[in-house]
Ligand binder design. Structure first.
Ligand SMILES: C[S@@+](CC[C@H](N)C(=O)[O-])C[C@H]1O[C@@H](n2cnc3c(N)ncnc32)[C@H](O)[C@@H]1O
Length: 284
């Protein structure tokens, strides 16, 4: 089995069904909301929300979200060593990490074979021009097909809301990081440390992505606690909410979505049911 074929020994059927459909036949990256190649909600600081927002604004916000995450690992231009992105989607964030942060190599890993095929197409020029610097590998966050201590940095952008077993993800981060390595994870969680069945119920009523099982209503503390329990040190979480939700909603407002539920993300944030976080940790 080559690395590209590897699924970390998870059988094909282990892809959660909503994830399989949304990133398979439904191709979430092709819907108008996500036009441009990235599939995340963006980091909208410095982008005026007063006038109409364009696709270029949207892609700029998505690139900025990557920079916000990568800055937490190393300053731009100083990203030495090997980096791993978990849930890389179309791999455009891997390309950004290589181009702007100067990692020696970036490995993009995704659970979905269709996403990897799209990532290979999207990055064909880079794969050809810099063989070995970009690697695209199939694997699950919960069971990564890599050696112990293989990476200096591990990061993940808006994929952890899909993970079914965040304890296993945290253990794998701790395992594949070398001593002194760092991890950064950006995604949306229910605020607080405890499981909140009320919030989970309400999110499922408001947001189809929770009702369908695509997104998991998980407290922030489940990830921070799992990272600490896996042996990582200096676990910190900061809210990115003010820089994410209002801009996303303003962008959605200008689109002919055909459905109303995505506009309820902002309301859910304002009601304290959901927030967007950047979580960082270090391997001792
Ligand atoms: C919302 S997209 C984000 C893609 C990319 N990070 C970006 O910001 O453009 C989430 C990605 O995570 C992948 N994914 C979902 N569950 C995963 C898991 N357990 N392990 C690895 N990847 C997963 C999906 O296939 C999808 O490509």
């Amino acid at each position: 089995m080559t690395a590209d074929d590897a699924t970390g020994a998870r059988p094909e059927g282990a892809i959660p069904s909503a994830v399989r459909t949304v990133y398979g036949p439904d191709d979430l990256g092709s819907v108008p909301v996500f036009r441009g190649g990235f599939i995340n909600f963006g980091y909208w600081d410095g982008i005026s929300l007063d006038g109409p927002l364009t696709v270029e604004d949207r892609v700029r916000s998505e690139r900025q979200l990557y920079r916000r995450v990568l800055d937490a690992l190393a300053p731009a231009g100083e990203g030495r060593g090997r980096a791993l992105e978990v849930g890389c989607g179309l791999g455009l964030g891997c390309a950004l990490a290589l181009e702007e942060y100067a990692y020696d190599s970036v490995t993009g890993m995704d659970i979905h074979p269709d996403q990897l095929a799209r990532a290979r197409r999207a990055n064909a020029a880079l794969l050809g021009a810099a063989p070995g610097r970009l690697r695209l590998v199939r694997g699950a966050a919960e069971r990564m097909p890599f050696e112990d201590g293989e990476f200096d940095r591990v990061y993940s952008v808006e994929a952890a809301q899909h993970f079914r077993d965040v304890d296993a993800f945290a253990r794998e981060c701790a395992r594949v990081l070398r001593p002194g390595g760092r991890a950064a994870v950006a995604s949306f969680f229910v605020p607080g440390d405890e499981t909140r069945p009320d919030a989970a119920r309400e999110l499922a009523l408001r947001l189809d992505s929770f009702a369908s099982g695509l997104d998991v209503a998980r407290p922030l503390g489940a990830l921070t606690g799992a990272l600490a329990a896996a042996g990582l040190a200096d676990v910190r979480a900061v809210s990115l909410g003010p820089s994410v939700w209002p801009g996303l909603d303003r962008y959605l407002e200008g689109l002919d979505l055909g459905v109303t539920w995505p506009r309820r993300f902002l309301r859910s944030y304002l009601d304290g049911l959901l927030d967007y976080y950047l979580v960082t940790a270090s391997a001792p």
